[in-house]
Design a protein around this ligand. Structure first.
Ligand code: FES
Length: 200
């Protein structure tokens, strides 16, 4: 197995829980390289973004060329290539969402958070960026916050959603929502949990 060292000369290690998750994951595939995308998720959840240590860890554990891991990590917008806030908003800016009001959502986020794209709020809670089609065009305009879709938004409903997230601090990472990923397509969006009125 090729040993991958990160720029500080060490072989990256993640927590025992992350290493266990990866071992279980790899055991499900006939070839370990097939686990590259969920492996990147594990690294991202542990490290917050796909940094140098993350790509070296995945390359090392899956015995893959570093360039291959970097290619996958940089192709998909769900892998963050720079530090993000605890809640990272990805606003879809492609045709359906743009026609249905994506620009208003982005303008509202900028006005509320007082940051630009790829910046993080001083308290570390929020960051945002604009991305291309997230595959939920029929529920435009929509955003993805961490790993969860929130659909049919207006600036007002997005504002209420952000209020609620700040108050409830839900865990919107893949490891906790994966059972519900795609649920929006069957008419019961997980996002409904967070857009319903907050009970006092
Ligand atoms: S255009 Fe926004 S999800 Fe496809």
């Amino acid at each position: 197995m090729t040993e991958h060292k990160s720029s500080n000369g060490t072989v990256p290690t993640l927590s025992a829980a992350a290493e266990d998750r990866l071992k279980q994951l790899v055991s499900r595939y006939p070839r370990s390289k097939s686990a590259i995308m969920p492996a990147l998720y594990i690294a991202q959840e542990e490290l917050g973004w796909i940094n140098d240590a993350a790509v070296h860890w995945v390359a090392d554990r899956l015995s893959l060329p570093l360039a291959h891991v970097i290619q996958v990590a940089t192709f998909y917008t769900m892998y963050y290539k720079q530090p993000v806030g605890k809640y990272h908003i990805q606003v879809c800016r492609t045709l359906s969402c743009m026609i249905c009001g994506a620009k208003d959502l982005t303008a509202h986020i900028k006005q509320r958070l007082k940051i630009g794209a790829h910046e993080v709020t001083n308290d570390g809670v929020w960051s945002f960026e604009e991305v291309e089609c997230l595959g939920s065009c029929g529920t435009a305009p929509m955003v993805q916050i961490n790993d969860v879709f929130f659909e049919n938004l207006t600036p007002e409903s997005l504002d209420a959603l952000m209020d609620r997230i700040e108050k409830e601090q839900p865990d919107l990472r893949y490891s906790t929502v994966r059972q519900d990923l795609g649920a929006g397509l069957s008419g019961e969006p997980k996002s409904r949990l967070y857009t319903a009125p907050v009970e006092s």
